[in-house]
Design a protein around this ligand. Sequence first.
Ligand code: GLU
Length: 500
Amino acid sequence: MTEVRVRFPPSPTGYLHIGGARTALLNWLWAKKNNGKLILRIEDTDAERSTSESIEGIIDGMTWLGLDWDEGPYFQTEFSGDHIQAAEQLLASGHAYKCFCTREVLEEKREAALAAKQDVRYDGTCRNLTADEVRAKEDQGLAGVIRFKVEQQEGSVSYEDRVLGKIERSYSDIEDFVIVRSNGNPLYLLCNVVDDIRDRISHIIRGQDHMTNTTRQVLIYQALGAPVPIFAHMPLTLDLQKKKISKRSHGEIVSVQFYREKGFLPWALCNFLVLLGWNPGTEQEIFNREELIESFTLERISKVNSVFNYQKGNAKFFTDPKLIAMNEHYLRSMDIAELGELVKNELVGEGLWDEAYDGEQKNWYLATLDLIRDRFHTVKDFTSTGRAYFADDYAIEQKPLKKNILKHPDLVTWLPMLAELFTKLDGFSSDETERVSRELAAELDIKPGILINGMRTVLTGQLAGPSMFDILTTLGRDRVVSRLRNIDYLYNDKTETPAT
Ligand code: GLU
């Protein structure tokens, strides 16, 4: 069997789009499944639109997603000699010809054809110029483009798509298309084929938006005498209104970078993306890396377009709720030591990392992450919602402040009373702290919830979280007591009247 060699050839004209990431992922899966190779090729021939920032963004995005490649990055511009040589080969073998029709003449003909409701395709004026005629035009200083000569007889070009089955297009539907511009620059259709031949690509997995190119490219393969690779076209990803997702209409949620910045886990994004265009044929949705490589087949790539169901207001930002749910799943179930490393980066970034978390406090650190991760959506939550576990300067959210503190002004004496009781305990287990909290509530003749919710607000700044008595144990007696001892500032700082 020939080696499986696939490629991801982005044009570096923007950030890494989630559609591009999905293409990279499917190619990566196919390479991994077959012990093949993934080649990263940057299609930078459009010099005006290609930027080095975009190249870096693509490489960073792929690296972050864990989509490693085996060869490259190659840069298409470095192979322009190959592209020109292929164009010359096609001219020499009679599969291409020079065309000197000017833009103006072509435009006039196009308009006339449109007006007469006739075919607007190139009419073949230069198809049969003799070598002498071509030379004469060149001697006049005319540059001319190079067009590919499509068969004129009856018949069609076809290929077997691994997803969609046989795809066929009659020759009469394809005009003699341009492969080299008059300035000598070869066009994408040709460069892409020449590079795929040189890189010995066995499978081309790309979006259905490239299908109009594919039939023309099959003609180029045949004319160059190269084997035609296997094609597998993927559906597009649309929004709920069936529009293609794009930065212009949907903003930053279409870029991989956005998910990285928001604290998503790379594998959660991969798991989500693969299901936008592929299905395992079972109910299974959560796949680890090995399971996905094992289950992946080209035949199960969907034929129909998928929907990226982005919505407002879920988990503090817009994105597909299924992606958020997947991220939560991985965040809450992943190996705790691995999570420890990810959260370390966040803590370092916020200046909250303590070397002891890697030493004598390692058990405390990991147990704390395990305790608090159950309600978290992203890695960023550990330093925002979870800041009180790692720092003393955390914010108290407005909602719990009003509901649990300002509404109960007596807490200003009750919580310090509780703090004193805590100092007198022999140990600081959750059983003991719960017992004295309930005893104080009974003594004060108030519901224990008033003390418990008040404590939660003061100690964590949050309305909800893990069991309050587990929080006390995690924070430890010293921090708990010092935070509960003086809460005057919560009342003094507020000008508004307590909510009723
Ligand atoms: N540079 C093209 C793109 O980014 C590659 C298409 C292909 O896979 O052949 O769309």
